[in-house]
Design a protein around this ligand. Structure first.
Ligand SMILES: [Zn+2]
Length: 291
């Protein structure tokens, strides 16, 4: 007959009933789930729940030590080494990103990183922000999970989001390229807010996995593009994100067509071509810190 275990040993990966051969393993739990489960087990009263990171059951930590350990788990954060840290945004979970997702803000290219992160934080969003001069601001740790996708085919929490300061898709009215903010309340075009033609890229193809939706886009600046390449290489080489998991919001938003960022703003061929470029660099041995 099985004896009720007295101790549960809680680790990041599994829970073990620590009274010998009847050990119970629950694998593949996230740190969050383990914390939740350990709380539930604590409520059962007779069971003591402890954390053991070394699997040495002869030295079971006390409950106090357990809580100290779980605090530490939350503090184990990582930041992109080339970003300015602005630890203002919400930490959803301790979760390493499996995806890198690129957006544009549909805003002015003069947007300031600090102000943008503060604004996003007030809305409960979590992402990095890329200024026109190529400077990157990070609103929460790389492994903090995030909210930047809305309805999507992938988890926002398991993805690192990059918002790029850019008007994105614009309307062509006569000879003018008009972002939404270049119209006053009567619909009259504000000339100074229109995008100069040399900063426009046109995608003439209907969207069929060719990288972007048909239309006119403001191009990312050269410096923004450069930083995006660095982020992409870092994501693959350090964060171990797969190249095919470097995605555009337009590729993962649901329903399909709900979002058009980054589209051709990232260059001709959109995200499809961007991934090809990154793959080529990886194959040629280009390292992220060489960018
Ligand atoms: Zn987006």
């Amino acid at each position: 007959m099985k004896k009720d275990p007295t101790w549960f040993v809680v680790t990041n990966k599994y829970i073990v009933a620590a009274n010998g051969p009847d050990s119970l393993y629950i694998e593949s739990l996230r740190a969050m789930d383990v914390l939740e489960l350990s709380k539930q087990l604590s409520k059962l009263g007779s069971h003591n729940v402890v954390v053991d990171s070394v699997n040495d059951y002869s030295k079971l930590p006390t409950k106090e030590e357990y809580y100290k350990e779980s605090e530490k788990e939350w503090e184990k954060t990582e930041w992109l080494p080339f970003a300015t840290k602005l630890d203002l945004m919400k930490r959803r979970s301790v979760e390493w990103p499996e995806f890198l997702v690129i957006h544009w803000t549909a805003g002015r290219q003069t947007q300031n990183g600090k102000a943008a992160i503060e604004y996003g934080a007030s809305k409960g969003h979590t992402y990095c922000f890329l200024q026109a001069d190529g400077k990157l601001f990070q609103g929460a740790p790389t492994n903090a999970g995030g909210y930047h996708l809305g309805d999507a085919s992938i988890s926002s929490y398991a993805s690192l989001g990059i918002e790029v300061a850019c008007a994105g898709k614009v309307e062509k009215i006569g000879e003018k390229f008009v972002p939404w903010f270049a119209k006053d309340s009567n619909g009259k075009i504000i000339d100074k807010d229109c995008i100069p033609e040399e900063n426009i890229i046109y995608d003439g193809d209907e969207y069929k996995d060719d990288g972007s939706f048909k239309g006119y886009y403001q191009k990312f600046t050269k410096k923004q593009k450069n930083t995006l390449i660095k982020i992409a290489l870092y994501s693959v080489q350090v964060l171990k994100i797969k190249v095919e998991n470097i995605r555009g919001h337009d590729e993962v938003a649901t329903p399909h067509g709900r979002k058009t960022d980054p589209g051709a703003s990232i260059g001709e061929g959109g995200m499809v071509q961007f991934r090809k470029d990154i793959k080529l660099m990886l194959d040629s041995g280009v390292l992220w810190d060489a960018i």
